[in-house]
Design a protein around this ligand. Structure first.
Ligand code: TRP
Length: 369
């Protein structure tokens, strides 16, 4: 297994990651504490899809004292948006609504230009496309601020160099696996990803707690950030971290923008979704109907079932029923896939309707400084 911001490979062992990264598990005590403020728990919390955190208890301590946090998350514009991105962002919207807080949303066009084999112009095209998807999630335009690295560089750069001065090459080498042939822009980049975690504190002239919802592969960036920020007089950012939505090909790795065949995209048509699930979604079912009826299927490795669990079946009772019927052999792979296709398409229909109108309000979201 390998998990860092620049590669996720193999079957991910989340308990092992908790130990290796030094994360805290999200336990029932913490869930109850969150529930006191949110009334209900998002199904991604109930199902431990967001499974780990750093300093979330501190965020709630401050919140209970009347000291609100802000949310920070982001997107690297290197290709189309897929369900794995949307999962984290829809959960972030839930947090924004429930806690009534501001969200700073970073677009790292610099990062993707530096790390990927893409021209600057291609990255700018994805930047625009990806912003439409983020708006389509439904964030509150009055409380959401897009920070675009190459556009907001004037306010970001003075802060990034303060971070960069506290980070050595050997630290980033170990955290991101750099070698002597890594380009120097990539080596500097983590300083840019640190900036939004204290930018609001700088803009407002007082320290504000920061909570970062993100997929666990981004943790190495924020480990470095957490080491540096207290040295600059700011709080360490807290985080809430998700596991990976599996790619269509099965339980290993993660959905990825550069491998469109493994992914369901935000702009896929109902027909494309149907084809992708039917043709490519890894099945935990048996090779023949007779065998399936006799032995039953395995929902743990079945991609259609996992998509329902991660994102598309909000009802725990319904999900438990599907699981039971699939294990017993009563529910066939084709039937399970059909249900997943309907759910995904209903979700994407609404997302796409909001996406079509997003360009009219894009300007409202850009941070004005
Ligand atoms: N590096 C992330 C990516 O490649 C983008 C990003 C920037 C981000 N800031 C973030 C993701 C904060 C989560 C939280 O997609």
């Amino acid at each position: 297994m390998r998990v860092d911001p620049y590669s996720v490979e193999g079957k991910v062992d989340y308990d092992k990651l908790i130990k290796e990264f030094g994360l805290e598990k999200i336990d029932d005590a913490l869930l109850n504490r969150i529930k006191k403020h949110t009334n209900e728990l998002h199904f991604m919390l109930r199902r431990k899809i967001f499974f780990a955190h750093r300093d979330l208890n501190w965020i709630l301590d401050e919140y209970e004292k009347g000291n609100k946090f802000f949310l920070y998350t982001g997107c690297g514009p290197s290709g189309p948006i897929h369900l794995g991105h949307l999962m984290v962002w829809y959960f972030t919207k839930w947090l924004q609504d429930k806690f009534d807080v501001e969200l700073y949303f970073q677009f790292t066009d610099d990062e993707k230009f530096l790390y990927k084999n893409l021209s600057y112009e291609e990255v700018q095209k994805w930047l625009y496309e990806n912003m439409l998807d983020v708006i389509a999630v439904g964030f509150d335009p009055k409380k959401t601020f897009f920070v675009i690295d190459t556009k907001h560089v004037g306010i970001m750069y003075p802060l990034a160099i303060k971070v960069a001065k506290k980070i050595t090459f050997s630290t980033v080498k170990a955290a991101f696996g750099f070698t002597d042939s890594t380009n120097i822009g990539s080596i500097f980049y983590t300083a840019m990803q640190a900036v939004p975690s204290f930018l609001p504190s700088v803009l407002k002239g007082k320290n504000i707690p920061c909570l970062i919802p993100h997929a666990v592969d981004q943790d190495p960036h924020f480990r470095v950030t957490r080491d540096v920020l207290p040295k600059l007089g700011y709080y360490k950012p807290a985080s809430i971290q998700s596991s990976f939505l599996p790619p269509l090909t099965g339980p290993e790795g993660k959905m990825s923008s550069s491998e469109a065949i493994k992914s369901i995209l935000s702009t896929d048509t109902p027909k494309q979704v149907k084809e992708k699930i039917n043709k490519y979604a890894f099945s935990g079912g048996q090779p023949t109907v007779e065998e399936h009826r006799k032995k039953g299927g395995n929902p743990d490795i079945d991609v259609a079932f996992q998509y329902l669990r991660y994102m598309f079946e909000e009802s725990d009772e319904k999900l438990a029923q599907l699981e039971q019927d699939y294990r017993s052999g009563k529910l066939l792979t084709g039937e399970l896939k059909k249900y997943a296709i309907e759910k995904i398409n209903a979700f994407l229909k609404e997302h796409q309707e909001r996406r079509a109108k997003a360009k009219e309000i894009l300007d409202e979201f850009i941070l004005k400084v």
